[in-house]
Write a protein that binds this ligand. Structure first.
Ligand code: NI
Length: 180
């Protein structure tokens, strides 16, 4: 059976992300940020294996690169020249606009994500699934509660992209309740 994503493109994007995020840690841990990118990609690969008709390469590359513009000095142009405009457009949509007020950043990003192919929506679902593990110990109850509310907002806007990931996010939102 032929897979709907290319291993060589995965390696290229994973290497690029490893270099771009080098030295960055996953918040609240001593673990490399690459762990986060790996887990988001794993959610995407699992969804690709059960949901047909998707552009697997677009989804996988955007999963690995989704934080590279927001969190590193990587530019849109760099991603566009190495991975193509479709991937670069997806990564930009998945990046918060730091010029906006914090309270507006998620809804602004969601509004841009829904104008992208559904593979980009899936990366955002996978990102929040991955981030709904136990919250960092320094987070306040208010912050934890807000994070859960945001997850519900993401689910509401993007669930149509992938029944598989939408269900998984809904389950994570349920279990996250125990941290409140
Ligand atoms: Ni992320």
């Amino acid at each position: 059976m032929k897979s709907n994503w290319n291993q060589e493109l995965y390696i290229k994007a994973c290497r690029f992300a490893a270099e771009a995020h080098q030295g960055q840690l996953y918040p609240g841990t001593e673990l490399p940020y690459l762990l986060h990118l790996n887990l988001v990609s794993m959610e995407i690969l699992t969804a690709l294996s059960v949901e047909p008709g998707l552009d697997g390469d677009l989804a996988v590359q955007c999963a690995l690169l989704h934080d590279s513009i927001e969190d590193t000095d990587t530019s849109y142009e760099q991603i566009a020249s190495m991975f193509g405009v479709k991937v670069a457009d997806g990564v930009v949509a998945l990046s918060k606009n730091p010029a906006l007020e914090k309270s507006q950043q998620l809804i602004d990003s969601l509004n841009r994500i829904v104008q992208q192919p559904r593979e980009i929506w899936m990366v955002k679902l996978a990102d929040r699934i991955t981030n709904l593990q136990s919250p960092p110990s320094h987070w306040t109850q208010e912050k934890i509660s807000r994070y859960r509310e945001e997850a519900i907002e993401i689910h509401t806007h993007l669930q149509a992209a992938s029944p598989f990931l939408a269900l998984r996010l809904a389950e994570k939102i349920q279990t996250y309740h125990k941290y409140l």
